[in-house]
Design a protein around this ligand. Structure first.
Ligand SMILES: [Zn+2]
Length: 69
């Protein structure tokens, strides 16, 4: 009856990290590579995971302040 798919907090497509090939699953968790995504290619969006983003662009993604000295 009522299907509101655009109101979800999660993206309607699969995001694959172009750097480490991790795939973002439900809840924003990044799963390790080795398990290729078999779904429709139209839902695949290449992005970058927080780990690689922080590694490639440390100036944009500063480390957490938990270990700031
Ligand atoms: Zn990555």
């Amino acid at each position: 009856m009522e299907e509101k798919e655009a109101m979800n907090d999660e993206s309607p497509f699969i995001v694959i990290c172009t750097e480490c090939k991790k795939v973002r699953g439900d809840g924003g968790t990044w799963q390790s590579s080795g398990v290729p995504y078999n779904g429709p290619a139209a839902t695949v969006s290449h992005g970058i995971c927080p780990f690689c983003a922080r590694k490639l662009y440390p100036e944009y993604f500063p480390a957490e302040s938990d270990s700031a000295a």
